[in-house]
Design a protein around this ligand. Sequence first.
Ligand code: XBP
Ligand code: MG
Length: 265
Amino acid sequence: MAAYPDAPLRALIFDVDGTLAETERDGHRVAFNRAFAELGLDWNWDEALYGRLLEVTGGKERMLHYWRGIDPAAARAPDAGALVAELHRRKTRHYVDLVEAGAVALRPGVRRLLQQAREAGLRLAVATTTTPDNVHALLRAALGEASEGLFECIGAGDIVPRKKPDPGIYLWVLEQMSLPASECLAFEDSPAGLRAARAAGLRTVVTPGVYTAAQAFDEAWALLDSLGEPERAARGRVAGQPWTGMVDADTLQRWSKPATSAAPG
Ligand code: XBP
Ligand code: MG
């Protein structure tokens, strides 16, 4: 839109947790608690506490942050990193089990938009802080065989040294795809994700979820309650204008053209 008036839209880059699916409350949180119990820790992350801990992105980073809060000396001991790594290995296994058992579903409009975007010739990628195993498990469970080759690039986890809000994961994906940020759109659900995408130069569609609905997203290019389905339109604003409808490949292309920059159709 106004920011990149002449750039064609070539690719969509999706965050995973909170954006493709509501994975945090019934997936990641439960998996962390199972790992804590397995190793005999009395840590228990209830829904409210977990919401606060989400400000720290990355599971290992989140655990270390929590541990430093309740027992700073132990969290700084030489073997602390090894315990966090072991907890995280177990947590990933539990998360994959939960996802395979159907604990999380795709958010409204996600499957539809992914399919339509591919049919329309848009390239698709993932940029997430979560572990690659988790991404593959979610895509397999939610999309089955259709997930194979759907995303040409999956940027995930420790492939970059710093997690969101650092832009590193988005910059890595753009480099892999040999695309400038001006020809791509990012999809996010959180303030940290939006900051990362914006710092990489990406216009961003934000669909806040259960943990981020009350947060501010002033920098979002579009802010919508979902991507919308035929029977349940998305609502929100696009480029500062109120908007209601269903986000599909045609809509995104139209929004990207200068003629519509004043009034998203
Ligand atoms: C998601 C996260 C992740 C998951 C945990 O952030 O913060 O850390 O909660 O995943 P975003 P791991 O959606 O902004 O990418 O335990 O695999 O790190
Ligand atoms: Mg997210």
